[in-house]
Design a protein. Structure first.
Lengths: 334, 284
């Protein structure tokens, strides 16, 4: 009991430190890192959206980039068409709602028929291709191959309050704040009873079914949440990057998310989040020093992680932490 | 009448070409249960090896066969070192074969570069039927596909090897108790599937431009061919699946553009996944 308590608070402390560090970065650094780090935080959220599916429920999705793209297009289209009042917030909300609805419809359609887990992967693969193709072909709405330019948004609530995200530092804190909110909500969801049922489904779906839970509803709901989170990250990405194009929905991007989560640790929310940030920045760095070999290196790391460390980096750390603790207890007892 | 005949010929060509591309996947998926996400990369590899063979002035047919063998060998090594330990966990094999795709694509880019290559059509021209001209090369490919599928079904249903393989699919443990070497059989099937993928890549190369991502467009369609046709129905299933996927795409493309046709096919495939996961015409 003592052990699990220290473990939980240890993880929360660690998460707090990570976000504290992220909050302090603009005070120390400036320039490119302040521009690029919010993007990586959003990639981190995208990774979290997969880890709640893969690590906590046992469902793999090859379509997370599709939801990310839906969010990005939602804000792009809303901001461009200049809907009345507050187009920025409306865009983000629509991004969330729309990806949640798509995920919900597809999820319920497949889960209610008890489609095999591996078939579900193929269906999400197809979903992401469908989204990409639609983005390419519906030129009037999406700009087709050329994509859409999205202005950095202005958050305002009437005349009361106005916050422009045009500069990097406001954008940084805006993204960080939303990331923390989303992160805390997801942590809350996963530690709730709902989250426990999800873990039960991962371990033994038949047993959870026998206990009287309608597992297909739970799977649909978590797929909805995952889609909504990916769409949310995508919508902020849209205004941050200032540009949205069909390549956001490409299958390769979806599988990059899988690589982040596998390396970061699929069973850990903070691990996946950091996986997204670290692998994306590592990729960026390797791309600048060995443009030819970086993807190869990441591919080989991915193979190694899948074969050798199922828990990814987070799993590795946890193991070391446990060993240290048990050693400490052992030595204390002696 | 002539229109009908040309539509039938056209559909046959599309069906058999797609069946050729999907065959290796159908074998591996249907017989050893591995979702081979590396299938597209294996097609691409086959195409590049064929191109390389032609550069060394090896005749086309020999280049294709050599390419198929090299891809088969790579598949065997991949199976031996990695896949064989994960037959019981479908997710892991899915991820590992996807990693195979990522790594192979990068290696192709490093070795051959990213620019487009062309493999010259060895049999240019067309066969004139009066009302319709069939490109010679596509006809050759389709005859070859029909031959390969017939030959495989012969091996599968009429030889003792085929009986052993079918016994193994029905009940792996029982087959192993009866003295069948399961791990060797798996290895051979996996290698044969990779060989077929490489061969198909070499054969379709003259009809497309060869680039590191050329296999991608076949990957997802091949999966849907296999699913629509029914997993494990490697012979009739592949033909039926190719007919449905290829035929549907052609028909929808008549009324709208290519992109919408692809989207429609994918939608259709997702619906089939749900309502008939055992394949569109399969029993049970």
């Amino acid at each position: 009991m003592q052990n699990t308590l220290t473990k939980i608070s240890g993880e929360t402390k660690f998460e707090f430190l990570i976000f504290l560090a992220l909050a302090l970065i603009p005070l120390v650094f400036s320039g490119y890192i302040l521009f690029i780090l919010p993007q990586y935080m959003l990639f981190g959220l995208l990774a979290v959206s997969l880890s709640i599916l893969w690590g906590f429920t046992g469902i793999v999705s090859f379509g997370q980039a599709g939801f990310f793209a839906i969010g990005a297009y939602a804000i792009g289209i809303v901001v461009k068409s200049n809907f009345l009042m507050n187009s920025a917030i409306l865009g983000i909300l629509l991004g969330i709602v729309f990806s949640a609805v798509v995920a919900g419809v597809v999820g319920y359609f497949l889960f209610s028929a008890k489609v095999k887990a591996t078939y579900f992967v193929l269906a999400t693969l197809a979903l992401s291709i469908i989204i990409e193709q639609l983005a390419k072909s519906q030129k009037e709405i999406t700009g087709g191959w050329n994509g859409l330019f999205v202005d950095r948004i202005l958050i305002n609530f009437g005349d009361l309050f106005e916050y422009s995200l045009f500069n990097d530092v406001p954008m940084y804190y805006f993204t960080l704040l939303l990331t923390i909110i989303a992160f805390v909500l997801i942590k809350f969801l996963i530690s709730s009873n709902f989250g426990k049922i999800l873990k039960g489904i991962r371990e033994n779906e038949d047993r959870i079914l026998a206990l009287g839970y309608n597992t297909s509803i739970y799977k649909t709901l978590i797929f909805c949440v995952s889609g909504a989170l990916a769409g949310f990250a995508g919508s902020i990405y849209g205004t941050h990057a200032g540009f949205v194009d069909p390549s956001l929905a490409r299958v390769l991007f979806s599988t990059e998310v899988i690589v982040w989560v596998a390396i970061g640790g699929r069973n850990s929310i903070i691990g996946s989040f950091l996986g997204g940030i670290l692998v994306a920045s590592l990729a960026n760095y390797l791309n600048s020093i060995t443009p030819e070999y970086w993807q190869l290196i990441i591919g080989i790391v991915f193979i190694a992680v899948v074969i050798l460390f199922k828990g990814g980096l987070a799993g590795g750390f946890e193991e070391i932490y446990y060993r240290l603790i048990t050693k400490k207890y052992a030595s204390a007892r002696n | 009448m002539e229109l009908a005949a040309s539509v039938i010929l056209d559909t046959t060509l599309i069906t058999l070409t797609l069946a050729l591309a999907a065959f290796g996947l159908a074998i591996i998926y249907g017989l050893v249960g591995v979702i081979n996400m590396g299938h597209g990369a294996m097609l691409t590899l086959g195409a590049y090896f064929t191109w390389a063979g032609l550069q060394l002035e090896i005749p086309f047919v020999l280049s294709v066969i050599l390419g198929g063998f090299i891809v088969g060998l790579i598949g065997l090594l991949f199976e031996h070192w990695i896949i064989k330990r994960f037959y019981d966990s479908p997710y892991e094999t899915l991820l590992l074969t996807w990693a195979f795709f990522l790594v192979t694509t990068e290696l192709i880019k490093i070795v051959f570069g990213s620019d487009f290559r062309t493999v010259v059509n060895p049999y240019p021209g067309s066969i004139n039927l009066g009302f319709y001209k069939i490109p010679t090369y596509r006809t050759v490919i389709c005859l070859f596909t029909a031959f390969v599928i017939l030959l495989t079904s012969f091996v599968f249903f009429k030889t003792s090897t085929g009986i052993k393989i079918r016994a193994m699919i029905q009940n792996r443990e029982m087959a192993s108790l009866l003295g069948l070497n399961i791990s060797l059989t798996y290895k051979i099937i996996f290698g044969f599937g990779c060989f077929m993928a490489g061969l198909a890549g070499g054969l379709v190369a003259p009809m497309l431009s060869v680039s590191p991502y050329m296999g991608d467009m076949y990957l997802v369609r091949s999966f849907f061919v296999v699913i629509v046709g029914g997993i494990g129905q490697i012979l009739s299933g592949t033909i039926i699946g190719s007919f449905v996927i290829g035929g549907l795409e052609t028909i929808v493309a008549l009324f709208s553009d290519q992109v919408i046709a692809q989207v429609a096919v994918f939608f259709f495939a997702i619906i089939i996944l749900r309502i008939r996961p055992q394949g569109i015409f399969s029993e049970k």
